[in-house]
Structure formats: structure tokens, C-alpha cells
Design a protein around this ligand. Structure first.
Ligand code: SAM
Length: 305
């Protein structure tokens, strides 16, 4: 079986009673989680959506057979993709999230008191509805009055955004197969750069250095051509992502210099506002800086050293 789309047969055909994440994006390997109970299965206009109760990672959200988040380790991804960019610029006010329909990035962006407006453009309303029902501690991000939800394609949304609108854009997308494919291509990055103010920042999901160096190489090349500020790659550990790691491209537009590696706007974990939606579980300023330290094989490609 070359790929699965999250149908029950991906539950039983590999190891009965286990979900195995088989995909052409990571041939020859598959992370498996023991399934206690399937809680939801549906097919939207864009993808298969499934939620199951796992025995060790809490509830799990799966889109087209690919694990998007688990209750146990989603903090690592959501906190890093939000705070790596927002802690790198002073007083972010207007933030756009592309994708991120589960609401986790919204929960993290809302920890920043300087933020006045949070737009989110998610293509699939089923993801929003399912997250609100099964992942309330993740979808809590939608409760913030600064949030405006737009259901639609992020590519089209950005094309309509006036130049220089946002301080930060966070692209919390699924993988470059299916509806997210265009979110990894140069025209999209160009529309992001146009939507950002001078010295504005973008952070985008940028796959795994163990599995996708070829994809990362293309993303880095596109970003270097598009963003005239700084272009950096950071990474973190998420046990239930393929190879156990995920990366992020962090870029800034021409204008005030952004040094992503040294957070100038750190969030204080003890600040009551920061803890509104629960404490930070993963991100801190030390792990922020460490996230930009790359193994030599990756640095050679990414820094073109
Ligand atoms: N935030 C999750 C996590 O913790 O890892 C994973 C990512 S989130 C579920 C990915 C979202 O991107 C999905 O909800 C998917 O529907 C959305 N998406 C994919 N392509 C899109 C597009 N072109 N425009 C807007 N949203 C898109």
C-alpha cells in the first residue's frame, strides 16, 4: 500500500488496532500509534478528516492519513511556529495565519499583548469545526476577540491583501501535497512578502531535514530570491511528526534588520496575560536561539556553506 488516506484500512492492515502513517512523502517508513477509539471520520471538499483517541498521545487529528497534531506534543509545534517570529520583532500588531485551522497557532499568537488583530485563513471549515469539538484546548485560540476567521484558500486571500498590511504572517500548512501544495511555491512567497510591512516577518512550516532536504533546498532558494531581509531555517522536535522533527523558514522583508536568532521581544512565561490559555509548555528564549543551530549536513544546504 503506497499511501493511505486515513481510512479504516490504515488502522488495521499494517498492525491491527494501530494507526500507521504511510505516505509517499516518507517512503519506506511509518510512525504508528495505538488506537483506542476512532472519534470522527469525515470527508470535506479538500481532504479526509479523522480524529482518534490514541493510547499514549491523547486525541490525534489526521488529514489525508497524515498526523497534524496530538494533544500530547502539539505544544512543541504551535509554540515554536508562533513565538519564533513574534518574539523576533518589537510590538507585533497585525498577524495573519494561513492554514492552522485547529486554532493552536491562534492560541499562541494571542499570548502577545501587543497584537491588536489576528486574521486566519483556513481552507477547510471541517477542520475548524472538528477541532472545536474534539480539541477545545487547541481551538481555544478562536475565543480571542482579536481573531477574524476567513474560510478560503490562503493563496487567494493573500493576493487580495493590501501591500504592507501585516507585521507577521505564519503559514501553518499541511504538507505540499493536496490543498497546501501552492503554499510552498514562489508566487505564494511573493504574495506574502507584498503583504508584509518593511521588516515584517514570515514563519512557514518547512518539513524535515531528515526527509525533505530537496524540498527545503527549493524553499530556501525561493525565500532568498523573495525576502530581502534575513532568511533562516529553524527546527524543533515533535515526536509524532515523521522523523520526529519539523522545520520552519523564518524570513524578513527589507527594512529594519531582524535577527531571528536573538529574540528581542521575549514572552515572559510568568506574565498572567501570557498564561491566559494555559502555561507555555515548550518554548523559551534559550530553545528559541538553539532552534537555529543546524547539523552540518543541513547547514551545508541551507546556509550554502
Ligand atoms: N497546526 C497543526 C499542527 O499542530 O501541526 C498542523 C497544521 S494545520 C492542521 C494545516 C492546515 O492547513 C489544515 O487545516 C489545512 O486544511 C490547511 N490548508 C491546507 N492548504 C491550505 C490553503 N491553500 N489555504 C488555507 N489553508 C490550507
Amino acid at each position: 500500500m503506497e499511501s493511505n488516506n486515513g481510512t479504516p484500512d490504515s488502522i488495521s492492515s499494517v498492525i491491527p488496532g494501530w494507526f500507521s502513517e504511510i505516505s509517499p512523502m516518507w517512503p519506506g517508513e511509518a510512525h504508528s500509534l495505538k488506537v483506542e477509539k476512532i472519534l470522527f471520520q469525515g470527508k470535506s471538499d479538500y481532504q479526509n478528516v479523522m480524529v482518534f483517541q490514541s493510547s499514549t498521545y491523547g486525541k490525534v487529528l489526521v488529514l489525508d492519513g497524515v498526523i497534524q497534531l496530538t494533544e500530547r506534543d502539539e505544544c512543541a509545534y504551535q509554540e515554536m511556529i508562533a513565538h519564533l517570529p513574534l518574539s523576533s520583532i518589537p510590538n507585533p500588531k497585525k498577524v495573519l495565519v494561513i492554514g492552522g485551522g485547529d486554532g493552536g497557532v491562534l492560541r499562541e499568537v494571542s499570548r502577545h499583548a501587543s497584537v491588536e488583530k489576528i486574521d486566519i485563513c483556513e481552507i477547510d471549515k471541517m477542520v475548524v469545526d472538528v477541532s472545536k469539538e474534539y480539541f477545545p484546548n487547541v481551538a481555544v485560540g478562536y475565543d480571542d476577540p482579536r481573531v477574524s476567521l476567513h474560510i478560503g484558500d490562503g493563496v487567494a486571500f493573500l493576493k487580495a491583501v493590501p501591500e504592507g498590511t501585516y507585521d507577521a504572517v505564519i503559514v501553518d500548512s499541511s504538507d505540499p501535497i493536496g490543498p497546501a501544495q501552492e503554499l510552498f511555491e514562489k508566487p505564494f512567497f511573493e504574495s506574502v512578502a507584498k503583504a508584509l510591512r518593511p521588516g515584517g516577518v514570515v514563519c512557514t512550516q518547512a518539513e524535515s531535514i531528515w526527509l525533505h532536504m530537496h524540498i527545503i533546498e527549493d524553499i530556501v532558494a525561493n525565500c532568498r530570491q523573495t525576502f530581502k531581509g534575513s532568511v533562516n531555517y529553524a527546527w524543533t522536535t515533535v515526536p509524532t511528526y515523521p522523523s520526529g522533527v519539523i522545520g520552519f523558514m523564518l524570513c524578513s522583508t527589507e527594512g529594519p534588520t531582524v535577527d531571528f536568532k536573538h529574540p528581542i521581544n521575549p514572552i515572559d512565561a510568568d506574565d498572567s496575560h501570557v498564561k491566559t490559555n494555559g502555561p507555555l509548555k515548550f518554548y523559551n528564549s534559550e530553545i528559541h536561539s538553539a532552534a537555529f543551530c543546524l547539523p552540518s549536513f543541513a547547514r551545508k544546504v541551507i546556509d550554502q556553506k
